[in-house]
Ligand binder design. Sequence first.
Ligand code: ADP
Ligand code: MG
Length: 619
Amino acid sequence: TSASTKLPFQAEVAQLLHLVTHSLYSNKEIFLRELISNASDACDKLRFEAINDGGLYEDQPNLEVRVTFDKAARTLTIADNGIGLSKQEAIDNLGTIAKSGTKDFMSKLSGDQKADAQLIGQFGVGFYSGFIVADKITVESRRAGMVAGEGVRWVSGGAGDFEVETIDRPQRGTSVTLHLREDAEDYLNAWKLKQVIGKYSDHISLPILMEKEEWKEGENDQPGDMVKTGEWEPVNKASALWTRAKKDITPEQYSEFYKTISHDYEAPLAWSHNRVEGSTEYTQLLFIPSKAPMDLWNRDKSAGLKLYVKRVFIMDDAEALLPSYLRFVKGVIDSADLPLNVSRELLQESRDVKAIREGSTKRVLAMLEDLANKAAAAASAKAAEDAQPADEAKTAEDAKPADEANADDEVTDVVDKKEDAAETHSEDAGKYAKFYAEFGAVLKEGLGEDHGNRDRIAKLLRFASSASDTVSVSLADYKARMKEGQEAIYYITADTLAAAKNSPQLELFKKKGIEVLLMTDRVDEWALSYLHEFDGTPLQSVAKGAVDLGSLQDEEEKKAAEAAAETFKPVLERLKEALKDKAEDVRVTTRLVDSPACLVVKDGGMSTQLARMLKQAGQ
Ligand code: ADP
Ligand code: MG
């Protein structure tokens, strides 16, 4: 046997540990979720490696987690028979933070303990949460496939360093023993542990076992106590959530499952759970988050689906399963057809994957359409309510919260007061707006990326307009409000709403009362270049070419402009000469009302907005 080696934590870990133990104190119980999820990950990894090397199971093919406690020693142990850790892996994985997200984690800490506690796990700092309740953690492990003599013991008090030594360990896998702090003694209680496991880990697909206890009367005037029986029982359902029937899953369970796989701390906006049969068989469980992750804009990184094959975990972030513009979706695909040893490269070429991708895309769009329809229904219900004469005081009272259905805090209000139907309405009314505020800009990428679904995506888009400051106008709304004789859907792109609204290019439209969509997302220019028309009506940028308002333009105005062009010919010539390197043409226009001049892009030319974007991107 070798002596133990003392090693310092990576500086970031030490800093993190300090934060974890100090700021996450009010939400202690999450440590159990984190350690059980690590045990479960370790079992997933073993299952995966064993696909190519069945010998790794040794004589223990049944993967499981055991949770035990020792009151006298004040320890709590979470043990698994998963992949285990070699000594080097223990040093690397339990002493450093490989993930670059840690700095972000630290910068995101708000000082609000509850919010901070939710952040943990989001950045792979899960293991260290053990130190919230423990002043010392002992990890003993042996990696699958290594000999008993190559076990490892890792011990740390959670301050600056840890110790590792080689030990004999016949059993495969990892046991994490927490030496509980005095004020965490309530975890030395089977009832409490079962309650926390039930809350966070019920959906974990492998059994979490605890030793059965029974009551024993005290002898010789001693008080009675619970004693262990030596028999083990599962304390979770131990079936992967998505394999269960929908009717057996509560909304809370869906929500909790979502939080685990997404590392999000808010409940999802919507989910869809289906078994798809036919030429390709798979189960899909898809969630729409209510908040965008920090790396949403990193198109390479954040794909949110986990791929399983016949309940065996294959990979995270399986980007082939959904198009990139739906990368905000989280969830699980469990395929019955793919081979277990499928690789990312193979996924790209698989016909089954193509079918899964198409099916899942349609499902997500349907979920969004559903949210959008509910919002529209609530809005028209509200409009109808408003139109009614408010002769009864009660009607007026009832209508009030619905007025503000978009404001979050008001929704809670509504939920408390109103009966069922109204509740869902008001809640749903805000959901699509919430979704759109977080992910609308990403969804727009779909116009360029997914030609087959372009029309469905276009219907889901919402914009601000000269008639609405909120991003709530759909292209269909716009069309319904078009003036008689208006032949195009007009839009303008700008950096900010204020810039769009005050653009001189809008003057004529304002004067004529023609609505113009105001677009301020960076992707708008690019995305809109793929959408030439909506429902038969062309889209036209007001900043491009000579805007022809067709029959909406007064004959007189046209004549006046022509006359002015004649009169000003010499001026135009001189301006053209003066600006010859900068402007292609100088014209008299009817589009301005108050401003003396404006810049426009020639028809089919690159817009100023896009030009600026490309310049920024170094092109
Ligand atoms: P994450 O789970 O997000 O990777 P954690 O802090 O929870 O981050 O765990 C850090 C690493 O420690 C894991 O990635 C894994 O390599 C290792 N680890 C933790 N617990 C176990 C375990 N029970 N069995 C094997 N490896 C483990
Ligand atoms: Mg973890």
